[in-house]
Design a binder for this molecule. Structure first.
Ligand SMILES: [Mn+2]
Length: 313
């Protein structure tokens, strides 16, 4: 990988909080791209324009259903048509509803892609079982085709095999999601286990289970609500009892060090939530973590030693 391609996805249809669509410009203002440019040359693909998706009226079981479908189709086709052979792809959300388009686009390029879904939640509710109707709680259900709606989502062609998915840090699962994880034998480890046994050990074991030969490209779909609610303020659905900070950095380090991490979503930052100092602290943590992961993924390890020390690794 020679460069980092950054794609802004101001996607907010998957949840009710205003502001999440302002994250890509805010990350640019806070110099994320300059930060990444110290690792490798950055190609800014700009922000996708979802304004055309705005004008449709919703169905019942999914809020903003048509918007969620159209915006994800746009994102998926954008990724599909982008040459990523020499690039690390960073998608800047937006809410996690965009994980559908992001992973779908990557699966179209390479159906063997392993997906690491780092999140406090399961994000695999079906529309019928969703307690809220918010689409950001459903992308994995559509990706695994547990939920199907060929009329609303006619463009979904690829399926994420449950055997290619690793769930990291779920601690707020709905009953249906617990059943799905159990029935489909999805590999996962909780934040409690991360704190007890260490992310390094758990992730290596999980990667071994989903890709024993170590050949598949890896995509990290990183929801910032993985962080403990005390560590991160400006996100819509904070959950307590998260993994300790060094365990999250350790996760990023191990993933990057595989040499197979090729892409990442950074989602659910919301500059509209929290006081300004809390918002800045949240965003700078996200920028630091993202840079840390990509440095390892691109093999620029000599530059991370001080960051490693800070993270207690
Ligand atoms: Mn999520």
């Amino acid at each position: 990988m020679k460069n980092i391609k950054v794609l802004g996805c101001p996607f907010s249809f998957g949840q009710p909080h205003k502001g999440v669509e302002k994250t890509p410009p805010m990350l640019r203002e806070l110099k994320l791209l300059e930060h990444l440019n110290q690792i490798a040359s950055v190609i800014d693909l700009g922000d996708l324009d979802f304004s055309l998706c705005q004008k449709y009226s919703p169905f019942e079981s999914i809020k903003n259903s048509v918007q969620n479908s159209l915006a994800n189709e746009l994102l998926s086709s954008c990724i599909e048509s982008e040459d990523l052979s020499a690039s690390f792809l960073l998608n800047l959300g937006g809410d996690h509803g965009m994980g559908l388009g992001s992973v779908h686009g990557l699966l179209t390029k390479n159906p063997d892609t392993v997906v690491v879904w780092a999140d406090a939640h399961g994000d695999m509710n079906t529309p019928e079982c969703s307690p809220t109707g918010n689409f950001h709680g459903m992308p994995l259900a559509f990706l695994m085709q547990i939920a199907r709606d060929p009329i609303l989502f006619p463009w979904i062609k690829r399926t994420l095999l449950p055997s290619k998915l690793i769930m990291v840090g779920p601690r707020d699962l709905d009953p249906v999601e617990k059943n799905i994880i159990e029935d489909l034998q999805i590999v996962y480890f909780s934040s409690e286990e991360m704190n007890k046994f260490g992310a390094r050990h758990l992730l290596k074991k999980a990667l071994n289970q989903v890709d024993p030969e170590g050949r598949c490209p890896i995509h990290l779909s990183f929801d910032v609500d993985l962080f403990d609610s005390m560590d991160i303020i400006s996100t819509g659905t904070r959950v307590e009892s998260g993994p300790y900070m060094p365990e999250i950095f350790s996760l990023g380090k191990i993933l990057g060090s595989t040499g197979r991490l090729r892409s990442m979503d950074l989602v659910e930052l919301n500059p509209g939530l929290g006081m300004e100092n809390e918002m800045l602290r949240t965003f700078y943590l996200a920028i630091e973590f993202t840079g840390f992961v990509i440095r390892h993924a691109m093999g620029k390890v000599e530059k991370v030693e001080s960051a490693d020390l800070q993270a207690g690794l």
